[in-house]
Design a protein around this ligand. Sequence first.
Ligand code: ADP
Ligand code: ZN
Length: 738
Amino acid sequence: MPERPANVEPARADRVSVLLPLPLAGAYDYRVTDDMRIATGDFVRVPLGRRRLAGVVWGPACADLTEAKLKPIAEVFAVPPLRDELRRFVDWVANYTLTAPGAVLKMTMSVADALEPRRAVTGYAIADAGRRALVAADSGLTPPRRRVLALVGEGGAATASDLAQRAACGAGVIKAMAATGLLTPVSLPAALPPPVPDWRLSGPPLSSAQEIAAAELIRKVRQGGFGVTLLDGVTGSGKTEVYFAAIAAALERGRQVLVLLPEIALSTQLLKRFADRFGAPPALWHSDLGHAQRRATWRYVADGQARVVVGARSALFLPFRDLGLIVVDEEHDASFKQEDGVIYHARDMAVVRASLARLPIVLVSATPSLETTINVQSGRYARLHLPARHGMARLPEIRVVDMRKQKPERQRFLSPPLVQAMGDTLAAGEQAMLFLNRRGYAPLTLCRECGHRLQCPNCTAWLVEHRRVGGLQCHHCGFTTPMPPTCPNCGAAGSFAACGPGVERLAEETTQRFPQARIALMASDTLVGPHAMAELLERVERHEIDVLIGTQVMAKGHHFPMLTLVGVVDADLGLSGGDLRAAERTFQLLHQVAGRAGRAERPGVALLQTYMPEHSVMRALASDDRDGFLAAEATSRREGNWPPFGRLAALIVSASDADAADRAARAFARQAPHIEGFEILGPAPAPLAMLRGRYRRRFLVKARRYAPLQAMLRGWLAAAKLPASVRVQVDIDPYSFI
Ligand code: ADP
Ligand code: ZN
């Protein structure tokens, strides 16, 4: 290294700080060797202890280490550097959520080996035996195998996961077909870049309201720059068609697009519509992707070849090379909140990312969140409105069934008006849907002799009976156990009674009442395997199902032309408990479920079974008064200084025994700062006082809207010295109150 005069401060171009995807306090300094050209944002490999890890050059060196202590960067990866806007986003999220920046960077660098050069991958081509089977009359091919053969016969070799996805079967089917000689393994050069969606293809002609909304979004995309637009339209109004037009405009400009959805597994119809509209499917990003696919997609996102990514919340951290538009569909959906690891709200952070990268973002919903509604009212967000369903379709009529007057028979859960409506619907050759947000057979099992209730040993929760798979389950920790033969408390045999319904029990009742009806269950535990959802949706569309019974997985986005009746079995279910958004969420969920009815020519009706017909949620649903409901909700939250008018953070102090948790919570409370503008509630046992064997005590911090919440919490956490066995989880803007 050249000598520097001792009295001149070195420029320090020979050292940089590198952020590693680990929960460390900050970035570490490394030496740049003479043969390296390093820029901020470069992906590099550096030594850490005895390991060598990939990280990102974050900026100039920060500590003044002696030359001897400084280790050299080992390698620079040949991958486009992380853009400045994404580095600032990582820092911003870390700062906001009170997590280590490296823990946030880990979400960007979620595929460890994606930085390595691309390798050849194994693909499968059609073998001669496969070609013969495809044309033979009596080949005995199962439909999935036939689909696979048709795909490779036409489109050529492809990877197992790609084929499995396109043929809607498991990857095991592909491997089995290779083993029996229908397919031949071949070496593909590397995962092929995703096909480019064609923006020149035209979508359906838009209605005039759709046209106006689309034109405005297209204008914003072309103009560029930050701006948030709420696309507000009733279910079935064509919001998807409208934002497709905005996507086309971004593609025309050569930019990339990110579409965030609450749950990809529930979005097969949307993906199919995208492929029909643009002649190619979007790249997908969610937790069920195979490793090879994740790796390939990450790289193609980074080098700009993946043009449209449709993903779950984690897609927000992908290293887009040239992002031009973000769409958040179903923006009100609570599953955008990530509840473990880095706790963040993907919709809110998407707005932050758009603002840092200066690009337009579209929030889409038929039932916008109060947060977004208030931002529209204050002029921070623009709003585009689609007031009516597309074409001939009408919004369903929503009727409230007063369960105090319309009692079902004992041990039954469907009221006379709902049974009557189901009978009429089936007689007319139409489809019905029963919605109950509860998996399993019964939510509570108790002993008839002594009243003992079966409870989870690890959580403050009842065990839920599941008859299809047999046994009892805890829906919080996953604990399972067979139904005990005798009561563990009094020893009585065969004394257990199921209390209340789950979807399995509704299926039983429906079968008893309508023995001819073809019934299917749709819940996260009855849909096994990645394609179960798609297959079930197809069966519903082909009208091989008369009554669909399910949980909220059924509420989202699906479009069933023959579905004309929706029965909400327990409309009150979400209203209890200490969730500040209980009413808002129940309104959104039930509105969305009701919106499944009457999406085509035939008019639909939704019946809400409730013991609280006077409740504001039921009244607003029945009178289709969303805006009135939101206004009342806003008033009560403003009065209490609750979000979105004030700010909230939840802190959960937990330990593995109850005494330790109490002691830690009290010690923590003693350190609480008393600062103007903040109110600290607690400690109190969290509603789930025990979860996965840990005892939980909760604090809620209420703050005025512009109070420095993070700084206050940081000071508090730093002052509190708690034993290592005690955990404090910080949740800024909590959505979960368990
Ligand atoms: P939303 O997203 O608002 O619920 P969708 O975009 O899913 O509404 O539209 C509902 C249905 O109406 C879909 O089947 C869609 O294909 C159809 N549709 C919407 N707009 C048009 C249009 N302009 N031309 C033809 N079909 C349309
Ligand atoms: Zn449990």
